[in-house]
Each structure stands twice: as structure tokens, then as C-alpha cells.
Design a protein around this ligand. Structure first.
Ligand code: PEP
Length: 255
């Protein structure tokens, strides 16, 4: 069954004390969730143990991470593996975020390996795709995200795909305050679902959660999440304040 998910991406923000306060605030105002209405909190690696402890025994709100490496263990100074994340209590990992692709030069071949690591260690993978402004201006965004999805995911079999969530994040909307309109989001989410349907069949496509990310906030979340192919959001800036993040969670729960 297709799940609605709101996932927080804290990026490189918050000290331990700040992270603890934020999670406490979210838990204090959290509406009832369910298997089909989930929340993920992807904190920096340094806060994972604390976040895991805070979320212990809280149903349908899951600790996540923002990255993992493409190998399980070894001489990769500074990296963290999916095995280590799983061992620490993480359940979701974000891979292929545009900031990783752009600043850290992560290409599709590396991302495909990271996806394999996440899945083989029992993590749910939130796989990001999305186009830069020049691609949107040229009108070729559908082909752009299709290519990212093919290169990052199409080596998976149908069973593996059930542990993938796709996050569509137009780069021009990330952290800019410029959100995609609900019509733009719906159009490309429907395209992504079609791309999955062509490769894996209608059921796999129907069961796939496809999240929107890019300046999502309480004031626009309900309209975005009401689109038939938008199954929630990946949230950056607005996930750093408990009242804003709760507003977005409430928009998802209310759908
Ligand atoms: C993100 O980086 O995943 C994101 C969606 O950021 P923001 O909500 O700040 O645009």
C-alpha cells in the first residue's frame, strides 16, 4: 500500500542540544500516525544515537540518515556505511540529494552502489532526483529525472523496489523560497510514476511513495499533498522548527 511520508532533512544543522529540543517539540505536538502516515527524521550522523533514543517506542516516526557510503566497511576515512547506520538504529537513508550530487560530485554509478548498500542492510532508501533551473527553463525536466531514476534504480528487482521512496526535488526550489506549483509537482510526479510503471508494472508504480521537496512549508503543504501523485514531502528549512514541521505533518495526516 502506498504510504504518505513527511521526512525531515536537517542537513548540516543543529547541535545535540538543539536537536534534542527540536525532537522533543515534535513529539509533544505529534498527531496520531499510522503505517500509511509516517514521519522520518534524518539528522546529521552526530545526532543519530540521540534521535534514535528519543524516537524509541514512538510508533511510525523513524530515525533516518542523510547519506551512507557505497561499501560496508574498510579504509574509507570519514565515511559511514549503511551497516553502521542500521546498527545505530536508523531505518531510512536519503541518497542522491542534489547537494550531494553537486558539491560532492556523486554520480549515478556511485549512487546505484549506495542504494544497494542501503537495501542490503535493511534500510529504506529515499532516492532524490530533480532538475536544475536551466533544465526546467528548457522544458526537459521529465527526461532529466527519468534518466536519474533509470541510472540510480533500474538495476533493482521489483522486491527491492518496494523499499525505495522517491523524492522529487527541483533544485531551483530547494532553500530558495520558490516552491513548485502544485500543478508542476503533480505533472512531474505523475511522469515519475509512469516511468516506474513502464519498468516495473502498474502495481509497483501505484505502491511507490513519491515525495515533493523544495521550500515546502505549512502554508503550501496541504495543497501540494492533495495532488494525487504527491505522497508527502522531504523538508529542509521548515523541518528545523517544531511548529513548522508539525504544520507540515498535520497537512499530511489530514489528507
Ligand atoms: C531539501 O534540501 O531536501 C529541501 C527540500 O530543502 P528546503 O525544504 O529547505 O527547500
Amino acid at each position: 500500500m502506498r504510504k504518505k511520508i513527511v521526512a525531515a532533512n536537517w542537513k548540516m544543522n543543529l547541535t545535540l542540544a538543539e536537536g534534542k529540543n527540536l525532537v522533543d517539540g515534535i513529539l509533544a505536538g505529534l498527531p496520531a500516525l499510522s503505517d500509511a502516515r509516517r514521519v522520518v527524521i534524518a539528522s546529521p550522523f552526530t545526532a543519530i544515537a540521540q534521535t534514535v533514543a528519543q524516537l524509541q517506542g514512538k510508533p511510525y516516526i523513524y530515525p533516518g540518515a542523510q547519506n551512507c557510503y557505497a561499501e560496508n566497511a574498510g579504509a574509507y576515512t570519514g565515511e559511514v556505511s549503511a551497516l553502521m547506520l542500521k546498527d545505530a538504529g536508523v531505518q531510512y537513508v536519503i541518497l542522491g540529494h542534489s547537494e550531494r550530487r553537486e558539491y560532492f560530485k556523486e554520480d549515478s554509478a556511485l549512487l546505484a552502489k549506495k542504494v544497494n548498500q542501503g537495501l542490503s542492510n535493511g534500510l529504506q532508501v529515499i532516492f532524490c532526483c530533480g532538475e536544475p533551473l536551466e533544465i526546467r527553463d528548457a522544458g526537459t525536466q521529465n527526461a532529466h529525472v527519468e534518466q536519474q531514476i533509470k541510472e540510480g534504480l533500474f538495476h533493482l528487482d521489483a522486491a527491492q523496489l518496494t523499499n525505495i521512496v522517491i523524492a522529487y526535488e527541483p533544485i531551483w526550489a530547494i532553500g530558495t523560497g520558490r516552491t513548485a506549483t502544485s500543478a508542476q509537482a503533480q505533472e512531474i510526479h505523475a511522469h515519475i510514476r509512469q516511468v516506474i510503471a513502464k519498468q516495473y508494472g502498474a502495481d509497483a508504480a501505484d505502491n511507490m511513495s513519491i515525495l515533493y521537496g523544495g521550500s515546502c512549508k505549512p502554508s503550501n503543504a496541504a495543497e501540494l499533498f492533495a495532488c494525487p501523485d504527491v505522497d508527502g514531502g522531504l523538508i529542509g528549512g521548515a523541518a528545523l522548527k517544531s511548529d513548522e514541521f508539525l504544520g507540515i505533518i498535520n497537512a499530511m495526516v489530514g489528507q
